[in-house]
Design a protein around this ligand. Structure first.
Ligand code: ATP
Ligand code: MG
Ligand code: MG
Length: 550
């Protein structure tokens, strides 16, 4: 899993720079619309745009593409800034397309004067009908031949609020017969009598994306305007707007395939629906592919960046396996997460020949992958808890853990032998496992070499700290639901399992939200902000076993 992935955009930018195109400068931008929280797909775009600027000593702006007054908010702006920083990037300038409203208006006036834009008074249905289809050319609106003066007057009055929504639009005058429908006199401005989260009620007309985006890029001197594949057919329009507006610079648009991941959803509209309908607890639900969700789940920025680097950039749409993303967090946490012991479903184990009241402090290694991580002391006592799964009264053939008459090693401690069990008389459930221990077999001691078939984890009953564990499964049962299918009907009803009676080693008592550990044999976990002084809450980031087929 090296980083041999192709990235054709890196090649284009390097060639452009070498050839002195755009004056040899590299200026990119990450342009989110603040209408939701960022997800892992945005991380791909962030890594690409900021990565190019870093590689070439150029700049990357964070530009909020906030020209749609009905869906945007400051909450989203703040969350986006926080996520970009958390991913490890620093923007050159923080900019807002809404700050360009006056300039964009002046560019539109210029287009009208040049005979390149006109006010159309057809309604939305008529505009659609006149636009034609893929096989049929469009036809001119009867308002297309308005004079420059008429257009200037109407456009000014649109701005001043004289007209109702939908009564007029400003359109580019390009070609109603163009084989590219995007060029059949696209709409540049609409009347929308709604306040904007930043501009307030200063504006009653708002520019469309196809008009505002290229000009915003040009105003900022962006050299390479990188966007996703669905804008490929809009590129001639992008170039037209820049050229005909006599914009101050000539950015070039380059498209790449967006990231899709299996078993999840990746559009803000769908994510918003999951949040609003209460299918998840919020934008930061650890089941979501949002940056906030991944972060709360225990993902590191390093793992996300390594994943984005690995998948590369291409021109063909594809769907990446969720198992690949999981592979990257596992690799990262394997190097840096401290190993600890915790029991998810406790079963009491009593060592009959171990003195009552005695507590031994046993040395445990913090990270076998990192010798600098050192070791710690873990208390051991007569009464312990082990994992219910590590004991079977009637062990099946391949079960080598604890069972009546059998021995196992307790990690960092002794070999114990099961000499009896205590059952609930009514239910028959095993309540307690009775053992003896062999004092000669203490880890690091003279008899430590004696081999048994398995080693299990445990916590001291006297000292363990209560905890809750939240175990996650995929959000969707379906790998990639089709567009015709309602994705909500594919939600996995068992995407989270909450275990409230867990016990963890006492060294974790003071653990703070965000701490990442490996519970030996169970997986990587991260302390959740829901933790209280009474009870720690752990999210399982990912289990230990790698299911990514290399
Ligand atoms: P969504 O469909 O999730 O709302 P969007 O493209 O409308 O996505 P924007 O806020 O406009 O969201 O995205 C900001 C930048 O991130 C854009 O340049 C966009 O191309 C890029 N981006 C969004 N989703 C993905 C994705 N899945 N993969 C790669 N880049 C993406
Ligand atoms: Mg967008
Ligand atoms: Mg969108």
């Amino acid at each position: 899993t090296g980083s041999a992935a192709s990235n054709f955009i890196k090649e284009i930018v390097a060639q452009d720079r070498a050839a002195g195109k755009h004056g040899g400068r590299v200026a990119t931008r990450f342009p989110p619309e603040p209408n939701g929280y960022l997800h892992i797909g945005h991380a791909k775009s962030i890594c690409l745009n900021f990565g190019l600027a870093l590689e070439h000593g150029g700049t990357c702006n964070l530009r909020f593409d906030d020209t749609n007054p009905t869906t945007e908010s400051m909450e989203y702006v703040e969350s986006i800034k926080d996520d970009v920083r958390w991913l490890g990037f620093a923007w050159d300038k923080e900019l807002y397309a809404s700050d360009y409203f006056e300039q964009l208006y002046q560019f539109a006036v210029h287009l009208i004067r040049a005979g390149r834009a006109y006010v159309d008074s057809l309604n939305a249905d008529q505009i659609r009908e006149y636009r034609g289809t893929l096989t049929e050319p469009g036809k001119d609106s009867p308002y297309r031949s308005r004079t420059v003066d008429e257009n200037l007057d109407l456009f000014r009055r649109m701005r001043e609020g004289e007209f109702a929504e939908g009564s007029h639009v400003l359109r580019a005058k390009i070609d109603m017969a163009s084989p590219n429908i995007n060029l059949r006199d696209p709409i540049l401005y609409r009347i929308r009598r709604v306040p904007h989260y930043r501009a307030g009620d200063a504006w009653l007309i708002y520019p469309t994306y196809d008009y505002a985006h290229p000009l915003s890029d040009a105003i900022e001197g962006i050299t390479h305007s990188i966007c996703t594949l669905e804008f490929e057919d809009h590129r001639p329009l992008y170039d037209w707007v820049v050229r005909e507006s006599r914009a101050p610079s000539t950015p070039q648009q380059i498209e790449f395939a967006r990231l899709n991941l299996t078993h999840t959803v990746m559009s803000k509209r769908k994510l918003l629906r999951l949040v609003e309908e209460g299918h998840v607890t919020g934008w930061d639900d650890p089941r979501l592919p949002t940056i906030k969700g991944l972060r709360r789940r225990g993902y590191t920025p390093e793992a996300i960046r390594a994943f984005c680097e690995h998948i590369g950039v291409s021109k063909r749409d594809s769907v990446v396996e969720m198992a690949l993303l999981e592979h990257f967090i596992r690799e990262d946490l394997n190097k840096r997460a401290a190993r600890v012991m915790g029991v998810l479903r406790p079963l009491k184990l009593v060592i009959e020949n171990y003195p009552e009241g005695k507590i031994e402090e046993l040395e445990a290694i913090n990270n076998p992958e990192d010798s600098a991580a050192g070791s710690r002391l873990v208390p051991f006592s007569r009464e312990l808890y082990i994992e219910q799964d590590d004991f079977r009264e009637d062990p099946p053939k391949q079960f080598f853990r604890l069972a009546p008459g059998r021995e196992v090693r307790l990690r960092y401690a002794y070999i114990v032998k099961c000499v009896g069990i205590i059952k609930d008389e009514r239910t028959g459930e095993v309540m307690e496992v009775r053992c003896t221990y062999d004092p000669e077999t203490r880890s690091g001691g003279s008899g430590a070499g004696r081999k048994v078939k398995s080693t299990i984890h445990w916590v001291s009953a006297a000292r363990a700290v209560p905890a809750e564990a939240r175990l996650y499964e995929q959000l969707l049962n379906e790998a990639s639901p089709g567009d015709e299918q309602d994705f909500v009907s594919c939600l996995n009803p068992d995407s989270v399992q909450i275990l409230r009676g867990c016990l963890v080693e006492p060294g974790l008592a003071e653990a703070k939200p965000g701490l990442r550990v490996q519970f030996e044999r169970l997986g990587y976990f991260c302390v959740d902000p829901d933790s209280t002084a009474q009870r720690l809450v752990f999210n399982r980031t990912v289990a230990l076993r790698d299911t990514w087929a290399k």
